[in-house]
Design a protein around this ligand. Structure first.
Ligand code: AMP
Length: 115
């Protein structure tokens, strides 16, 4: 059996995380190396490696991740000031963990384009 990645271990409660939201489809928890005052990762419980490996039947799940990020932004108090949602897909984007995750970043002004 292949080694579980860190996010699968968080889903399985083998590694602790500060969880801010959970439902039957996804989990949201604080990033361990926050890049903004609010930095939360929203992940599917299903083991989708990255966005370009999502399957045709998973549109609803992908939409649920975005809707959840929006709800968490509201509960974190950054919906009005603004926030950024980021998915790093593959090496050039800096993807480090092979389990789909949406970064929710906010609580400070951000530059565009990103470096
Ligand atoms: P990415 O570069 O898009 O793959 O992002 C992976 C993110 O996971 C990084 O922002 C890491 O800081 C974060 N991360 C790695 N391990 C943990 C962990 N145990 N708990 C919370 N966040 C983590």
């Amino acid at each position: 059996m292949p080694e579980k990645n860190i996010f699968q271990k968080i889903i399985d409660r083998e590694v602790p995380a500060t969880i801010v939201h959970e439902d039957d489809q996804c989990l949201a928890f604080r990033d361990i190396v926050p890049q903004a005052p609010v930095h939360i990762l929203v992940i599917p419980k299903q083991p989708i490696v990255r966005i370009d490996q999502a399957a045709a039947g998973q549109e609803s799940l992908l939409g649920h991740l975005l809707m959840t990020a929006s709800k968490v932004a509201q509960s974190e108090g950054i919906a009005e000031s603004g926030y950024r949602l980021v998915i790093n897909n593959g090496p050039d984007a800096g993807e480090a963990v092979p389990h789909l995750h949406v970064h929710l970043l906010g609580g400070r002004p951000m530059q565009w384009p990103p470096g």
